[in-house]
Every structure is written in C-alpha cells, then in structure tokens.
Write a new protein. Structure first.
Length: 274
C-alpha cells in the first residue's frame, strides 16, 4: 500500500510508532508532505520513526509535487487549510482520504466541495471517530430518525484559555462548573475552532451541524478533557462519557485520536474490518 501523509506533527509521529508495532509487513511506500521550514527535521525524524513502517520513505515540501503523486490512501493530519488545499484533488482522482481535522467540515463551502469531489471522482472521505467514541452506533441509528443529539465538552477553566470563553469568564477564578456556550454544532465549531473536531464529528455522524446541540463547560472539578453526549432515537437511547488523556506531543490532542486513525488505517489492511 502507498500512503500519502499530510503533516508530520504530534498525530503523525505517534501514528508511526503505533504502525511500527501493528503492521505485519511494511507498507510499500510512505510519502510525507511537510511545510518547507520543517522538511529537514521531518526527514530526520521520519528516517528513524518510519523505518519499520514502509520500504520507501519520502518527504516532500512542495504541495504541487505531492499532488502529482499517486497513493492508495491519503491521511490528512495537518489542519483546516491542508484539508482545503489537498483533499478535494485526491478525492476527485478516486483516492480515499482519511481526514483527521474534521472540524474543517464545519465550513459549509468546504464540506460541499469535498462531497462533490468524492461523488464525482469516487474517492471516499473517511472520518475517524477521533477523540470521541460511540460514533458507530450514532451513525447506524441515523436512518431510524434520531430525535436528539446533545454534546457537552467539559474541561478545567484554564484549558479554555485562548478561546472566546476568556471574554465571558474570569477563567482562573471560576470556582464551580459554568456552561459558557449553548448552541448548535456549527456555531460551536466556528466560535471554538480549537475544539471543533468533536462537535463536527457528532454532527456529521448524526443530526447535522444545525440540529446537534452543544454545551461547553468550564469545570474546576473536570479531571481533564471530558466529552459527554447523549442520543435519543425511536429504537435506542444512549449516553457516553469519555475522560481523555492529553497526548504528550500536543496537550490539545487526546491520545484516543491517534488510536482511531490507526484503526482506520489497519481496517484497510487487515482481513477483518471492525
Ligand atoms: N478528529 C479529532 O477528534 C481530532 C482530535 C485532535 C486533533 N485533531 C486535528 O488533527 C490535526 C493534527 O493534530 P496534531 O495534534 O498532529 O497537530 P500538530 O500541530 O502537532 O501537527 C500538525 C502538523 O501539520 C503540519 N502542517 C500544517 N499545515 C500543513 C500543510 N499545509 N502542509 C504540510 N504540513 C502542514 C504542521 O507543520 C505540523 O507539523 C489538527 O487539525 C487537529 O485539530 C482532530
């Protein structure tokens, strides 16, 4: 299998370690697209970290060159602008693409462009569950006529620093749990882009961006980054709560995210898909 990987930050580098352990045989090739300023470091890191992952390892720092290459699978682990710049082209050429920066799809124009490229070109948009879980049952229940999906993101107050919550609350002095945002998934993803991935994933799996309800909470008792949501449908209701540990390389990224990307890759390689 030939994989094209966009971005070589926290998720990609951890993914290399996990693939080294999980792959029964190396991939035929792995090509990483890096920003030019990080290309040399990426080359050194990949030579070490990727040696058990693929027979041929290449780092490209030119987007046009990356777009000219052929892959069996592309994995985006870079951010909103990379989704927009590269993913539609690969989809329109029939290349299946895993998008990790799912919050990018809260941009309606970009979501439409991606869907059109996939429909016309035949490449599939693969959205891993990322930091959240239970997306299988949410997506499975959609045809039953879901009646409600409500997500609550709860973190210690200081973890909301650098977001509009700072203008609403005196974060260091919050003494009890406060809901500072209540709205739909579209508004949540756009106003809190650093926290957009989970709201967007639930919206895309379930009721869509407008009907998915979101609450964001600053809670001094929160043990970390806690994702809770509940789903109501005519055939089943469920509730899920996940206490995520931050990853060592990027405190904003929950470790579970990398494992869900690993699962998406392994499901394309292994004889059993689960
Ligand atoms: N789906 C989820 O639940 C979920 C959870 C966590 C993170 N994410 C998303 O995954 C993405 C990656 O997260 P991370 O923790 O690895 O971030 P990171 O900042 O550690 O790594 C991103 C890497 O991409 C590179 N990059 C950025 N733009 C690029 C471009 N145009 N071309 C090539 N390289 C580029 C950066 O240099 C960096 O090395 C982020 O967009 C983040 O929001 C999704």
């Amino acid at each position: 299998m030939r994989i094209g990987l966009i971005g070589y930050g926290n998720i990609s580098r951890t993914l290399m370690k996990l693939l080294s352990d999980e792959l029964a045989a190396p991939l035929s090739s792995l090509t990483v697209l890096s920003l030019p300023e990080f290309a040399e470091t990426t080359r050194q890191q990949l030579a070490e970290e990727g040696k058990k992952v693929a027979g041929e390892l290449t780092v490209v720092d030119n987007g046009e060159e990356f777009l000219r290459a052929s892959f069996d699978l592309v994995i985006e682990c870079a951010g909103h602008s990379a989704v927009s710049a590269y993913v539609p082209e690969f989809l329109s050429r029939g290349t299946d693409t895993i998008i990790v920066s799912i919050g990018a799809l809260a941009d309606q124009e970009l979501e439409t462009r991606l869907r059109k490229a996939a429909e016309t070109g035949g490449g599939q948009i693969i959205l891993p569950a990322g930091a959240i879980g239970g997306v299988d049952i949410l997506s499975a229940l959609r045809p039953t006529g879901l009646t409600s999906v409500t997500y609550r993101g709860r973190k210690p107050p200081v973890a909301w620093s650098g977001t509009p919550a700072e203008d609403i609350l005196d974060l260091p002095n919050v003494k009890e749990a406060v809901v500072f945002f209540k709205g739909n998934a579209r508004d949540a993803a756009q106003q809190y882009p650093k926290n957009a991935n989970v709201a967007a994933t639930l919206a895309l799996a379930g009721l869509g961006f407008e009907a998915t309800k979101v609450e964001l909470v600053a809670d001094p008792q929160a043990p970390g980054n806690v994702h809770e949501y509940h789903v109501e449908s005519p055939v089943a209701n469920y509730r899920i709560e996940i206490e995520n540990k931050p990853s060592a390389g990027n405190a904003k990224t929950s470790v579970t995210t990398v494992y869900s990307v690993l699962r998406a890759v392994m499901n394309r390689i292994q004889p059993v898909v689960i």
